[in-house]
Design a protein around this ligand. Structure first.
Ligand SMILES: Cc1cc2nc3c(=O)[nH]c(=O)nc-3n(C[C@H](O)[C@H](O)[C@H](O)COP(=O)(O)OP(=O)(O)OC[C@H]3O[C@@H](n4cnc5c(N)ncnc54)[C@H](O)[C@@H]3O)c2cc1C
Length: 381
């Protein structure tokens, strides 16, 4: 098969990829077991990742970023996945940073982005609540203006980077008398914030090194200048505008995971023998791997098109939703098939495919469930 090269790649990105690959496999991957045991990534590692230029690579250098594009972000997401580095909550960190970049005031960008790029300030996005996940307009967290402050009350759940975040983009109702136009995004700096509390790290099926948590806000007083963009009621529109970026990231990770699963399983099937021959010489194994490889490649070509459109700023919500649902569904299907080809070893956590199976499942749920993605696509028919 002729080697395929993503159309958005170039020599500069290849050099960046090489550096990221070495760091991810030599430095970060060996730390995965300790992060999974601790259920979080330590602050020193975040700073090291920042120093390597792996955070906010697509943010202009004027704000401390790498001065690249979405292609640079994709290189990092792909290489982390290929190396099995899944605990770093880089996805929500980047999403939080891109909210600030796209909608923040000049002062907000200068205040937060450089520290986020260095990994000193970890970002989170707090949308989901115990009684509002898919239906975001149903959030109950209140942000009431009182002089030069907003007073926040409410609780959030399933928040990635919940334990370690220093900057949280909180979706809150600043006006309960209206629907979507009553939603505002309040950037909460958690350092020494009275009334703010983090719940325990939630016990998950997979992604054990990610500190998914509940958060509580009890009369938290946040300076009014932390209202994202400075315009009250703009939150829902700001959320909608960022969705293609968020969903593209999930698709990028899904494709990289499929590619890794196919590679690992092909290697395994070449080595493992049964009935006097290698598994890879049996027709079922060959067909299963041929199907998995085809799906991963179709996914690759589709996500590359989404990446190019994301770089150009033309990725629409419906197409990004197609990428999110289809690629994550395929990720789970391909990994399930690859696990099967490992036999009993596939069920053992000592083999990466077992953990990939558990980790993949969340991809169909967060970032908007795959059912919601189909609703969005259907609306655009
Ligand atoms: C590992 C993990 C990390 C997460 N990280 C974050 C984070 O950092 N920040 C954050 O804010 N949230 C986060 N989430 C939460 C996630 O975004 C929500 O779980 C998700 O949006 C679904 O909301 P819900 O759990 O309330 O499910 P519900 O909205 O209650 O949905 C339950 C089921 O009903 C279906 N459903 C709901 N509405 C419709 C409809 N209109 N049509 C058809 N079917 C429908 C859903 O698809 C789903 O199958 C995370 C979740 C997980 C698992």
């Amino acid at each position: 098969m002729t080697a395929y090269r993503s159309p958005w790649s170039d020599d500069e990105l290849d050099a960046f990829r090489d550096a990221v690959r070495r760091f991810a496999s030599n430095v970060l991957a060996p730390r995965e077991p300790s992060w999974q045991a601790a259920r979080r990534v330590d602050p020193a590692s975040w700073r090291e990742v920042g120093a390597m230029g792996m955070l906010l690579a697509g943010v202009p250098d004027a704000y401390g970023g790498g001065g690249g594009t979405f292609a640079h972000d994709c290189v990092v997401f792909e290489e982390l996945e290929y190396a099995g580095v899944v605990s770093l909550g880089k996805h929500v960190h980047e999403i939080c940073a891109h909210y600030v970049l796209a909608h923040g005031t000049e002062d907000q960008k200068r205040r937060w982005l450089p520290r986020m790029a260095r990994g000193e300030l970890v970002g989170a996005i707090a949308m989901s609540e115990p009684s509002a996940g898919s239906d975001l307009q149903g959030v109950r967290t209140r942000a009431v203006r009182a002089g030069g402050e907003y007073v926040l009350n409410g609780s959030k759940t399933f928040i990635s980077n919940g334990q370690i975040s220093g900057l949280i983009c909180v979706v809150a109702k600043s006006d309960v008398s209206v629907g979507a136009s009553g939603i505002s995004l309040i950037m909460v700096e958690t350092d020494e914030l009275a009334g703010f509390r983090r719940g325990t790290t939630l016990d998950k099926l997979g992604l054990h090194g990610q500190d998914t948590s509940e958060l509580y806000f009890d009369d938290c007083r946040v300076p009014a200048e932390n209202l994202l963009g400075g315009t009250e009621g703009a939150g829902f529109a700001q959320l909608m505008e960022q969705l293609p970026y968020e969903r593209a990231i999930i698709g990028v990770v899904a494709v990289a995971a499929m590619e890794r699963a196919v590679r690992l399983t092909t290697d395994y099937a070449r080595e493992r023998r049964a009935f006097g021959k290698a598994l890879v010489d049996m027709q079922n194994t060959r067909f299963a791997l041929a199907e998995a490889k085809t799906i991963a490649h179709v996914g690759r070509v589709f996500i590359d098109s989404c990446i190019e459109r994301c770089i150009a700023g033309t990725l629409d919500t419906a197409t990004a939703s197609m990428a999110k649902w289809w690629l994550t569904d395929m990720q789970c299907r391909v990994i399930d098939e690859c696990l099967q080809l490992h036999g009993g070893y596939g069920y053992m956590l000592e083999y990466p495919i077992a953990r990939m199976y558990a980790d993949a499942r969340a991809q169909r749920i967060y970032g908007g469930t795959n059912e919601i993605m189909k609703e969005i696509i259907a609306r655009a028919l």
